[in-house]
Write a protein that binds this ligand. Structure first.
Ligand code: FAD
Length: 562
């Protein structure tokens, strides 16, 4: 049977954001939806079982690589992103962190993102959430996104949390509640011991809706734009090129790297980038600029007892964990491994700017040679600064949609970022000095220098820091087309019928992980598409930018765009 080629809405990318928007349009009966995803299906046990994450990431990702740059000692850096139904939410660490209310107030105040502030984001976090345990002013229980406490807790994670308290930090029960600074155990996007991606929550509810056409393994090559209006998209599926028409809107939700790429391939972007790639320019916008991301370093220690998770993924032990998970959805396979956290204010500003992820295992993901060096049982504090100032860019290399874009990440270009990472490393070393960890540790071997040797720590930071896969900002919200790509309603400046709605629209990265904020953005995007601009009443939505336009531009120029 021939498929129709005209739809009311076309969504590019079935990732964290795309699945949410598809669900909302379909359940609100807004018409037909074509959802296009370059990756394949997500019916994979290692996606479903939280502990299978490390095995699935390399197989279900776009192998994006940031170019070598002197600030990170000329290391090419993987910036993998999900290429599978559910996108990042199908391969990520499942850590559920919203960031801070002031992060979003700054979007409105400093970046001209009118209507995007702490109150509206809280509304959308709660709307999205179906929290297993918490029901209060910060948490929702009626949304699609399952959030729960970890079923499994490793004894070394307990030791880490005790060490944090010994170092003077408060035990935090709810890091998405009134107070974030302190130590505790993560809330996770899991349910019944399984991963809760947006494909396995939101999209699952509408997979059989007759108004949904889901095309997997469909690589979008461009949005068709005629006379200043998006009319549809062209994509390749099963070796054939197809053009589908959108009666209402095209919504690009291909992620911070993918969305910039799709817009540039469509002729929307900086003239020099498009000219070099051989793409005819249709509109000058700073697409691909303002790339930024979170970097972490793995601070590693060997431990005395053979109790870490080393070896649990092999032989009879792995079989035992598999059987336990299959029959009772319990045990280590329900754990996203990143079990415990610390959020720390390293400058005394009143706002936490450092995050630790604690792993009850040596982080061989970041250093695959660790075990070859005879180091087996150990623990890792992945530590990183949360408010980077450096800004890079994403640029297509050619007009071929199969080509991966060039990423100049500019990681650690700004001195403030290096100093932030140095403070983050020192704090991790301080945790290892606390009795609750010290009694277990044989040796902190990465880094080996003392916490007061700034020069050695700087060398370590530049040598080992890596992304934690939170790229954002390449199609950011703003008022001014010179410095932003979409307006506060996520409409691409100057083009009708075209929105971007995913992590790429964040003007500034939140102080935490990026999946929950992306899902909240997608919830708000769905409302905007349906004409709901002010979900809380006019108390939080100012008709004009919170600052006069000139002021906004000044702040934007200073803070966001190189
Ligand atoms: C390994 C890893 C671990 C992470 N851990 C965490 C964590 O623990 N907690 C957290 O909060 N965040 C985490 N993140 C970040 C978080 O998952 C992302 O910020 C979030 O998924 C971004 O959502 P998105 O909708 O913007 O993009 P994505 O979820 O990446 O979705 C974009 C989708 O578009 C598709 N696409 C791209 N280009 C095209 C094209 N041309 N044609 C068709 N389809 C296309 C992609 O295949 C993808 O499915 C992690 C990310 C990664 C990669």
């Amino acid at each position: 049977m021939l498929r129709p080629c005209a739809y009311d809405y076309i969504i590019v990318g079935a990732g964290s954001a795309g699945c949410v928007i598809a669900y909302n349009l379909l359940t609100r009966k807004k018409g037909t939806v074509l959802l296009l995803e370059a990756g394949g299906n997500d019916n994979n046990l290692f996606i479903k079982a939280p502990g299978g994450m490390a095995l699935v990431i390399p197989k279900k990702s776009w192998p994006y690589v940031a170019e070598p740059e002197p600030y990170t000692l000329n290391r090419p850096m993987d910036v993998l992103q999900g290429r599978v139904l559910g996108g990042g939410s199908s391969i990520n660490g499942m850590v559920y962190v919203r960031g801070q209310r002031s992060d979003y107030d700054a979007w409105e105040k400093d970046f001209g993102a009118t209507g995007w502030n702490g109150d509206t984001m809280l509304h959308y976090f709660k709307k999205a959430e179906n929290n297993e345990a918490m029901a209060n002013e910060y948490h929702g229980n009626k949304g699609q996104l399952f959030v729960s406490e970890n079923r499994y807790r490793h004894p070394m994670s307990d030791a880490f949390v005790r060490a944090g308290q010994q170092a003077g930090y408060e035990y935090i029960v709810d890091h998405n509640g009134a107070r974030m600074e302190g130590v505790g155990f993560y809330q996770t996007t899991t349910h019944n011991g399984e991963r809760a991606s947006t494909a396995r929550t939101y999209l699952k509810q509408v997979r059989n809706d007759k108004n949904l056409t889901l095309e997997l393994n469909a690589l979008v090559s461009r949005v068709e734009i005629e006379n200043g209006r998006a009319t549809g998209v062209t994509y390749k599926v099963h070796g054939k090129e197809v053009t589908a028409t959108a009666n209402q809107e095209v919504i690009v939700a291909a992620g911070a790297i993918g969305s910039a790429k799709v817009l540039q391939l469509s002729g929307v972007g900086p003239a020099d980038v498009l000219k070099r790639a051989g793409v005819k320019q249709k509109l000058e916008l700073p697409v691909g600029k303002n790339f930024h991301d979170h970097l972490h370093m793995s601070v590693n220690a060997t431990i005395k007892e053979p109790i870490s998770l080393y070896g649990e993924d092999k032989g009879l032990k792995a079989l035992g964990h598999g059987i336990e998970w299959v029959f009772s959805r319990s045990g280590v396979l329900t754990s996203p491994i990143l079990e415990a956290f610390a959020f720390i204010d390293s400058t005394g500003s009143g706002k936490p700017d450092v995050q630790f992820h604690f792993l009850p295992i040596l982080d061989t993901w970041d250093d695959p040679d660790l075990n070859q060096k005879g180091r087996t049982h150990g623990i890792t504090i992945k530590t990183g600064h949360l408010q980077p100032k450096s800004r890079g860019e994403v640029e297509i290399r050619s007009a071929n949609p199969e080509d991966l874009p060039r990423i100049r990440a500019a990681y650690l270009e700004k001195e403030e970022d290096v100093q932030g990472q140095i403070r983050a490393t020192k704090l991790a070393l301080k945790f290892f000095e606390q009795p609750a960890l010290k009694e277990h540790v044989v040796e902190v071997f990465n880094p080996t220098c003392s916490a007061d040797d700034d020069a050695a720590i700087e060398e370590y930071v530049r040598r080992v820091s890596r992304t934690v896969y939170h790229p954002v900002g390449t199609c950011r919200i703003g008022q001014d087309p010179a410095t932003s790509v979409v307006d506060p309603e996520l409409r691409v400046h100057g083009i009708k019928g075209l929105r971007v709605a995913d992590s790429s629209v964040m003007p500034h990265i939140p102080s935490g992980n990026t999946n929950a904020p992306t899902i909240a953005i997608a919830e708000k995007a769905s409302d905007l598409i349906c004409g709901i601009k002010d979900p809380l009443g006019s108390q939080t939505l100012s008709a004009k930018p919170a600052k006069p336009a000139a002021k906004v531009r000044e702040a934007e120029a200073e803070l966001a765009v190189k």
